[in-house]
Design a protein around this ligand. Sequence first.
Ligand code: MRU
Length: 358
Amino acid sequence: MREQLLAAEKITAIEWRDGALYLLDQRLLPFEESWQACHSVAAVAEAIRSMVVRGAPAIGISAGYGALLAARARLEAGGDWRAALEVDLQLLADSRPTAVNLSWALNRMRDRLQRLKEGDDPLLALEAEAQQIHQSDREANLTMAQLGVELIRKHQGNAQNLMTHCNAGALATGGFGTALGVIRGAHLEGLVERIYADETRPWLQGSRLTAWELARDGIPVSVNADSAAAHLMKTHGITWVIVGADRISANGDVANKIGTYQLAINAMHHGVRFMVVAPSSTIDMALESGEEIPIEVRDGRELLELEGRSMGDAVGVLNPVFDVTPADLIDFIVTEKGVVERPDAAKMARLMCRKRLH
Ligand code: MRU
C-alpha cells in the first residue's frame, strides 16, 4: 500500500530550493496557483500570519525553514548571532498561537544548534534539520494513512460516506495529508463512496482547499454548509468524521478548526465514528487539558465582509477560529506512533513513549 500511497502524492505546497522557501499561496486557491518566495524570516512569519501557508504541520515545516533563513542573516551580520537569532525565533513563534507544531519545530532547530560540535557548519546543520522535519512529516502521513485505513476497513469493509472539516491535506502538511491522507488511502482501497467536505466558515478551507485537492485526485466530493452536518449524518449514511488537529493536550483533548467540537457532538448522537489524525508533533504533553490551549481569534472582517463591503459597522463580532473537542467525544487518535482508542491521559502518555512506526 505504501507504494500506491506514494504515487498518490500529487500536490506540493512547500519547497526549499536555491536557499529560499517557496510557498503555494493558499489565499488565492482554487482560482490561482501562485508561489510566493520567502527570502527572510520576516517574510516567513508574515506568510504564516496571513495564511499564505496554513495547517499545523505545514506551519511547523515553514517555521523550520524560517529559522534557517534567520540564522543565515544573523551569521552574515556577525556579532552575537545566537542571541539575535532568539529575537527571530520569537517573531516566528508569535505568528500564530494555536498549532503547537510551530513551537515544536522551533525547539528542534534550537536543540540542533545546541548540539553543534567544534568545526560544524551551523547553516548546514540547520538546513539538514529543517529538511528532516519536512521529510519526517511526509513519512508520518504515509504511516497514519495506513493505520486509519485499517480502522475504516475493520469497522465496515465496504465503500462508505465520510465527512471531513477544514483542510488537513497536502496543502496543510509535508506529504499528502493527515485526515485527507487517510481519505486518499481509503479511496485507493475502494472504501470511499463519497466525501462530504464541510465548507468551513469563515475562511472556507473546505470549499476552497479540500474540495480542490479531492477533485484533482478524482475522489467524489460534495461540499456542504457547516450547519448541514447533523442533517447529513442523519440522512446520508455517514460512517466516519475524519479530521486533523492543531494541538492535542496530554489528556487527549483536541484543538482543531472551529466547528470540530459541534461535529463531534453530532457524530456521537448519530453513532458516527470520530477519528482525529495528527502527527505526534501536534501533541503537547505540557498541557494537562484542552482548557489550556490558546485559541486564536482572528479579524472580525472574515465574518462580516461580503464582496469587499462591510455588513456590520454597528455590530460586535467574535471570530474564534479553533475549538476544543473533549477526549471523551473521540473514538480514535491516529498518529505515526500508533493509534489511541478512546483517548485519556494514561493512553496518551503510553503513546508518547513509543517509537515512530516508520
Ligand atoms: O486556520 P488553519 O487553516 O491553519 O487551520 C487548519 C486546521 O484546523 C487543520 O485541521 C489542522 O491544522 C490540521 S492540518 C493537517
